[in-house]
Each structure stands twice: as C-alpha cells, then as structure tokens.
Design a protein around this ligand. Sequence first.
Ligand code: ASP
Length: 356
Amino acid sequence: MERQCRIIWTRVIVICVLVSSSCLAQDQKPNVVILATGGTIAGAAATGTQSAYTSGAVGIDTMLAAVPGIRDLANIKGEQISNVGSQDMTVEIMLTLAKRINVVLGQADVDGVVITHGTDTMEETAYFLNLVVKSNKPVVLVGSMRPSTAVSADGPLNLFNAVGVAADPKSAGRGVLVVMNDWIHGAHSLTKTNTTAVQTFMSPLRGLVGVANYGKNDYYNSPIWKHTIESEFDVSDVSHLPRVDILYAYSDMAPDLIDASVATGAKGIVIAGVGNGNMNKPSLEAAARAAKKGVVVVRSSRVATGTVGRNVEVNDDEMNFVASDELNPQKARILLMLALLKPLTTSEIQQLFYTY
Ligand code: ASP
C-alpha cells in the first residue's frame, strides 16, 4: 500500500513538473500576431503544376497548418483583415491594417506582428506602414510567388522565416521589414523586380537589412530613413487619403493625361519619368499648369534604380515641382498622399522626400 502511494505521488510530481515546464516554455516564447490580408500566399489552384490560380482563397488557419514547427518559434495568434489579391489592395484596407497593428502592438504581451500580403503591391503597403505604425516592435510583411497548392510552394518557409524575424528582438527598431525568399528587406528600399520568379524582391540602392535562415537571422544594416515612432504621420483619425495619380512617361508622351488627372480631382501627380525623372516639353508644360493650380507634382522615374535629383534637366524651383529622390513612383505616391493630409508648402514636401 505504502509502495503504491509512493508510485502515485511520484507520478503526480512528474506530471506537475512536465505541465509547469511546458507552460513555462510557452510563456518564454515570444508572442506574434499574424494579420492576414490575402495574396498568392493564400492562393489556391486546381492542381499543383498549373500557372492559373486565385489569390486570397485560403484563410490564416489553413496557412499556419501548412508550416510544421512554426509554433516552436512563437506563440501565434492569427486574424483575418481581408482576403484579396494585392492588386485589389485599397487605401481603406491599408488604414484598417495600420490601425489594427497599432492596437495589437500597444499590448504589452505582443512582441511582433506578421502581415501576409500579396506581392504585387507589397512594397506600397510596407512603405505606408513604415510611415504610420507607432511602435518599435517588429512588423514584418511576407508573401509568396507560388500559390499554397503549388508543387514547391514558397509560402510556408517564407511564413516560417517571417515569424522568426517578428519574434527576434534584433528586428526591433529597423522599421517595417519584408521577408521573402530568405532575404530581409527594409520598406524604403525594396521593390518587386520580376513578374513571376520566386527571387523577385531586391533592395537595389541600399541592400539587404539581413538574411533569414530557418528561423535564425543575421542582420547587416538598419534603414537610415525616418520611420515608425520617429514618423510625423498619424492616421489614427484618418478614414481616407487624398487622390494621387501616377502617370507613366514615354517618348512622345501625350500631355492630356496630366490635364485629365487635374480635371478629375487629383490633388497630387507622380510622374514616372524617363531617366532622371524627365518628360517631354508638352508634358512639362502640362505639369507646370497643374502645379500652378495647386496640384503637387512629384518627378520620380520609371527606371528601376537610381535617384531623381532636383534641378538637373528640369528647373524644379521655377516649376514648383518635387523630386522624388530615392522613392520609386508607387512609394512616392504613398508619401505624397500622407503629406497632403497636412498644409505644407512644396519645399516642405520636398524635405519629406529627403527624410522618409
Ligand atoms: N497577384 C498576387 C497578389 O499580389 C501576386 C502575389 O501575391 O504574388 O496578391
């Protein structure tokens, strides 16, 4: 009898130790919230080897179930914000996402956020969040080039690495990050460079922030641009952004689209100029007319890398234009939409392009 009691007590003690150590392990893991918005990472096709598929077809729980070991990296909670291909991303969804991130990261027990997102407009959402998230904690966007049902889908490992980056205290303070194909990019510099290849995102001007290797990360540098808690932009009371159009320049460009943009209500126009943000004379004149009417004109470039400088071949001072510096047209549009929320002069807006 005494021996049986001893065995029972020993078992009880062993179970208690096991339960409390697993609770402890759970407590010691970082807490990461995944906010899902859709994209190819949540896409599905009828077979594993066809190119046609539908973006944003699979929910966050299904995505997580496809990633063995992901819950060893962090305690994970998932929330669905939207389920769209990122070609259908809207300012409204971006604002909802930003506000939700600020609430979630305001909770003391949340260590980082991952956002699953389509790759087509990922750079725009990443850069937008970089300007309006009010936290130093890691914010990581992730997507995939192949749908979840594809042979050799890239989403599961990308998601695993993204959670590893969001859970890593060394990611904090580097602004919004993007993890794709083992590389960690900063929101300011990354851009999509290939329509379909798995290796599509590059940071041509500033290089990588680091690399992610099965949940272990190596950091090379920190973005130098102002972001997150240092940013002056606040969207907590904002429900829409002013309209900013992007117009693509080409040889013998027709200037009418610039006039049409102004006539239909654009408050800002970004020219995806040729070379160093150039456009032909009729378009320059149309852009100057727009600027005279109070529409802010930013000269960016359709060229994939390089900066657009002030007063090089275009007299920006005279025409009252802004030069986009390092921002490509799609990111210049994001910064200009936020800048237009404030009553700023053109030269103050120019300073924002040197700062963010
Ligand atoms: N069209 C898709 C999207 O952006 C492509 C992708 O996610 O890779 O949602």
